[in-house]
Design a protein around this ligand. Sequence first.
Ligand SMILES: [Zn+2]
Length: 310
Amino acid sequence: MTKQRWHGGELRQDPLSGDWTVLAPGRAGRPHGTEGLCPFCPGPGEDTPPETWRLHDPDRDGWRVRSVPNRHPLSDRHEVIIESPRHDWDFRTATDTEAEAVLRAWQWRHLALRKNSAQVVIFRNHGAQAGCSRPHPHSQLVGLPVLSTSARRGLELSRDYHRGGERRYSDDQLDIALEMGTRVVLVSPHCVALAPFAPVTAFETHIVPRIARADFAVVPGTELADVARALRRVLHALDEELGDPAYNLVVETAPTGWEQAAFLSWSIRILPRLEIAAGLELATGIPVVTTTPEHVASVLRDRISVRHRA
Ligand SMILES: [Zn+2]
């Protein structure tokens, strides 16, 4: 039986599968309401642990994005990115500069937290059904002392695919998607948004780079700006189609020590939470998804092309 003490709780490993579970009883008491003053809004009610990083706003003598330690941490490297001083800010209605600033924060804090972590997970929960406990726009980074089963499998499978060849798995998948066209949501100079061939949730959408790199944290500025713009457009289209759906957004990037791996590529996964996983999913791990990726791509593509028609 393997278990590790860690900040705020315990990590236990399933003896048969090797899968890890985080036991974090302290998080049961974290707030879920909207009463009182928002601790993330600037002003008299502002109440966060000391800031670890900020991006200054040159126009307003304040901050554009800042990061603070999570008050109810899952690990000793668990930070909250407060994405805007504005309580009602959101990606889908953001300016390109604002959206890019958030992606830049993910990069900076990923670089800062990866030391002594086996992997640093970047995610954004939107809506109560996605586990979001605070309405003020924010995302999170968690440094884990162990590699998750999915990260380890992803590494091994990508390495096996690439072995002896030049092509990444992600390169071939992108080419197939572009050639078929039916799962493509948008094509941008530096990235492509697409519905994955075998999604795990309805309306799952990925943003993948046209030039693959293992490490999201080193994506150069011009590419990052293009990705931020694509992400904003996809989230806006999802909002228009589904009416402010709850979703989890995850940035897939190389685990620590694998940043130079020639067989890996970063990506952003957007996973709307329209349905609750039921018995079959829990019993088998096989998701039941009520839309086809071809349908998803077609409706999102229409939303985006109508909106951005020149
Ligand atoms: Zn607020």
